[in-house]
Ligand binder design. Sequence first.
Ligand code: COA
Length: 133
Amino acid sequence: MQIDAVAQGSEARRDTLRRAFRGSGNTFPIVARESPAEDAPLLGYAILEYSFFDNGFMPLVYVAPEYRRCGVARQLIAFLENLCQRPKLFSSTNLSNAPMHALFARLGYSACGMVTALDEADPEVFYVKRVKP
Ligand SMILES: CC(C)(COP(=O)(O)OP(=O)(O)OC[C@H]1O[C@@H](n2cnc3c(N)ncnc32)[C@H](O)[C@@H]1OP(=O)(O)O)[C@@H](O)C(=O)NCCC(=O)NCCS
């Protein structure tokens, strides 16, 4: 929440993060820090769940603005791809989110569908990558 500008203005996002980071059997949140020290600055976070028709799903990936384009998201996602216990890992982003589309393309994800009913002004584009044989 410290680094996520959306969380600072959205109770719904704060609630999502509280639930994810509280931990449950099926939600795996990770954070990246500048160094292994517990009080080292936070660089970003990502979350893995198995909520999407029993497949891997990354509902959120977020990198603090001052640490973007340094490979933090690439490393967070690579860690979750490794952790994912299902063959397919899905994720999604708004159609307008050019950095996230570029990131998915760079990491070998394929666009696999679009849902227009979530945010009618900015549809949600889904991506998938096969992470296990
Ligand atoms: C999208 C986001 C997660 C990318 O994080 P990041 O740590 O900056 O990404 P990386 O440095 O790992 O980028 C890896 C590759 O993705 C692509 N990429 C990432 N950001 C990009 C941008 N702004 N423009 C173009 N390509 C981009 C590039 O190919 C990049 O490789 P390169 O830097 O060698 O060219 C970050 O911008 C962010 O947190 N945005 C706000 C939150 C958000 O929109 N999350 C997604 C929806 S949940």
